[in-house]
Design a protein around this ligand. Structure first.
Ligand SMILES: [Zn+2]
Length: 208
């Protein structure tokens, strides 16, 4: 699954998908709560047609909890929901492309602090899909950044070598593209292992 990014500069997951306890009550969180790290503009993660762009203020309708929300029927046939927006920048019926700004992250509806409730459902608009898997990230709190999915030009040669020699995680496909997904970001522990293996390797080269 490709990494999809609703915020330029990345985002953090504040509440994952699935069962959770909120104010002493356990429920099933059908979306993923995300916060833009550097920007507040929410961007369509896939092109499609806006099915709904609205806010419901009548509290007898549970949908009021979503505040300002937009639902887009993506080109892949799934319905993608962006909720609690401060303002909406797309109208019902409109065509949007991947990366288009569709609203500003906000705190409308049943929300405690500015974030976007990101939810994905099948075309029946009922069956929830794991939104983390849909975005291509682990279903866990953490920071995810599109820049980390590709190798910086200055690191290309070193990363290719490290992946080639299997010192570092990752794989290289037929076109020479390096798989360096966000969940495979290099940690300090991995850097230490990397250096240690390299040291052991060099020791063998020179002293054995
Ligand atoms: Zn949520």
């Amino acid at each position: 699954m490709d990494f999809k990014n609703p915020f330029l500069g990345g985002f953090k997951v504040t509440s994952p998908y699935g069962e959770r306890t909120l104010n002493g009550k356990t429920d099933f969180h059908r979306g993923l709560d995300i916060v833009g790290l550097k920007t507040k503009e929410v961007r369509a993660v896939i092109g499609g047609r806006v099915l709904t762009s609205q806010i419901i203020t009548d509290r007898t309708d549970l949908t009021w909890q979503w505040g300002n929300y937009i639902c887009i029927l993506g080109d892949d046939g799934n319905c993608i929901y962006y909720c609690h927006l401060d303002s909406r920048a797309a109208v019902t019926g409109q065509r949007v492309e991947k990366g288009d700004i569709i609203g500003i992250m906000g705190n409308t509806g049943y929300s405690f602090g500015a974030h976007t409730h990101f939810e994905v459902r099948k075309s029946d608009r009922r069956t929830a899909i794991d939104p983390a898997e849909y975005l291509g990230i682990p279903n866990a709190a953490g920071e995810y950044d599109i820049e980390k999915t590709s190798v910086s030009p200055w690191a290309e040669e070193a990363i290719k070598w490290a992946v080639d020699t299997e010192i570092m995680k990752g794989s290289i496909d037929a076109e020479g593209q390096i798989d360096f997904r966000p969940k495979e970001n290099c940690t300090r522990e991995e850097v230490a292992v990397f250096l240690h293996r390299f040291y052991e390797h060099m020791k063998g080269e020179f002293y054995d």
